[in-house]
Structure formats: C-alpha cells, structure tokens
Ligand binder design. Structure first.
Ligand code: AMP
Length: 302
C-alpha cells in the first residue's frame, strides 16, 4: 500500500561523544523513507538544492522509494547542526539553515495523490496542510510530527491540521507543551479532543508510549551499549511504525502494537552508527531478528 512522506532532506553536521561529522546526509524525510522502505513502497516529497549531488541521491537508489516528488531548487540544501552530550536525550541545536526549504511549496506528483498512508514530518503546519489538500481520497491514516517551534509560533495552523490527523507522534516535552498538562495520560485526553485518535510519545532512550481510547502500550528502546548518534531516531521510529502499518492488513490493536515494536527496532538501528550508516545497510532478516529480541526483552509471566 502506498505511503507518502513529506519533510526535510538535509545535510547535517553532528557532534556526539563518539565523534564528529561536518556534512552527512540527513533530514526527517530521509530517515523516515529509508526505514519505511524496509517494509513497503514509499513516495517522498521534499526539496534539495543544487549542491545535492548524484552521489547524495544514490542513498535512495535500489530501495522502494520513489523520489519523483523530490524537487531540486536553486540554492543550498537545508542544513542542520546538532551536538549531543553523554545523555542522548539532550541535544543542542547549533545551526538551522532553511535554505531552499524557506520557499518550498510541496507539489505532489499525480501518482502520489492516491496515497493511503501519509506521514507529515516536522515542517510548517501550513505546508503539512497543503499536502493533505492535494490528496484526492481521504487517506486511511495520517500521522504527523511537529516540534516546540510550531507549537509556540503557529498554534492556530497546527490546530487546523491536527483536526485531520489520526496519529500524532511527538516527544514528552512537546506533549506537555501542546496540551498544557504535565501528566501524559491526561495530556493525551486533551490531545484527542483536538483531533488525533492515537498519540505516540517518543521518549528517546526510554522508549515510546502509545495511547488511544483503549489504553496505553509501552515499548522500551532497545538496550545498546553504545549510542553513536541519536539523530534520526524519531523519524526512523516513525518510518518503522508507518511502514509496518502500511504493509499490514487492518489496524487492530495487535497490528498497532507490532508497529510500535518495529518503530523501536528501526530507531535502534539508526543510532548505532553516525548518520544513515547503519540504517541504510540493515536487512529485513536483521530487523525481524531484533523484533524477536524485543519480544524476549519484554516477556514475563504472572
Ligand atoms: P530526529 O532526530 O528524528 O528528530 O530528526 C533529525 C533530523 O531532522 C535531522 O537529520 C535534521 O536534518 C532534521 N531537522 C532538524 N531540525 C529540523 C527542522 N526544524 N525542520 C525539519 N527538519 C529538521
């Protein structure tokens, strides 16, 4: 089934206790599509500048990713730079240069307009809305990510797009900020009143929590001795979650729970090496083996 993603394709400069890179391919839509393409076909919508070379583009080659919606504009590709300390949950953004992203107006190729599953990665809510408006039949599932910047600066636009969102995927600080409520379960109830039916709270090394009207389900983060680079964990989680859902029949509680596990599996591969180094090499066999490991990790008897 078709899965559409719109979001950033970027060059990142990263610094972690394990090393430093000055320019590596990143961006929310990149991490998402590479992770999701391990499960299903992905249609990518985004923009890059004229500094984005054929070598950069090769990251998408040989995968189930259609990049006919990846526009090339005059100027530089979106650039983001971040630094992490010993705590992988704490990140400092050093630079955000929107570059060609500043004037980006997403245009969906005709073939993308029938997408049944949609992931609106963290971008201006006005752009997220314009993407949904270009889709012909209402999608089966719309999932959305956002951040504190948009919660503070564009609350009205965000509220509008939330009315059309089924799954909201944000972190705990964003959950509290959006709902003005500290307790995450009460926060979820407030968020459901805004539109979403499912809230997925990404909690970095503490895993992820899914809340819907049936209750809550938690997955841990896969225990790793070394987290080399936490960048892209959230988007890879979203890619695993949405990719698995789009490749499954139905949306039962069991399917949603397995999607959470596959999300966490993809997040864990993303952080094992810098940038996309590990994620782009991971095989379906390794993914399934790690999912089985999750089952063991969380199994107990009463
Ligand atoms: P994550 O670690 O999953 O939150 O995503 C990190 C990726 O998001 C990086 O590769 C960045 O290029 C990208 N990114 C960072 N800030 C922004 C932003 N303001 N808008 C869009 N993408 C961003």
């Amino acid at each position: 089934m078709s899965l559409l993603v719109v979001g950033s394709v970027a060059f990142d400069a990263l610094e972690t206790p394990y090393g430093k890179v000055d320019r590596t391919l990143g961006g929310a839509a990149t991490y998402f599509s590479i992770a999701a393409s391990c499960f299903t076909h992905v249609n990518l919508v985004g923009v890059v500048g004229d500094d984005f070379t054929a070598k950069d583009r090769a990251v998408f080659r040989g995968r189930r990713i259609d990049i006919s919606g990846l526009e090339r504009a005059t100027g530089k590709t979106f650039f983001w730079s971040g630094r992490y300390g010993q705590d992988p949950n704490e990140r400092v953004t050093l630079v955000t240069d929107l570059n060609v992203f500043a004037t980006f107006r997403p245009k969906l190729p005709e073939a993308f307009r029938a997408s049944r599953h949609v992931f609106l990665a963290n971008i201006d809510p006005t752009l997220q809305r314009s993407v949904l408006e270009q889709i012909k039949t209402p999608p089966r599932m719309v999932a959305l990510d956002t951040m504190n910047y948009w919660i503070e600066r564009a609350p009205a636009e965000l509220r509008e797009i939330l009315k059309r969102t089924h799954v909201l995927m944000i972190n705990d600080a964003e959950t509290r900020m959006l709902s003005s409520e500290h307790n995450l379960l009460r926060a979820a109830r407030r968020i459901f009143a805004m539109g979403p039916r499912i809230l997925i709270i990404k909690r970095g090394e503490h895993g992820a929590l899914m809340v819907d009207n049936r209750g809550a389900f938690a997955v841990p983060a896969f225990p790793l001795e070394e987290v080399h680079d936490p960048t892209g964990a959230g988007d890879s989680f979203a890619g695993g979650f949405m990719g698995y859902l789009a490749s499954s029949r139905g949306m039962s509680d069991a399917v949603l729970r397995r999607a959470m596990v596959y999300g966490s599996v993809m997040g864990s591969f993303a952080v094992e090496r810098f940038g996309l180094d590990r994620l782009r090499k991971v095989t379906r066999r390794e993914i399934d083996a790690r999912a089985r490991h999750f089952a063991k990790l969380t199994q107990f008897r009463l």
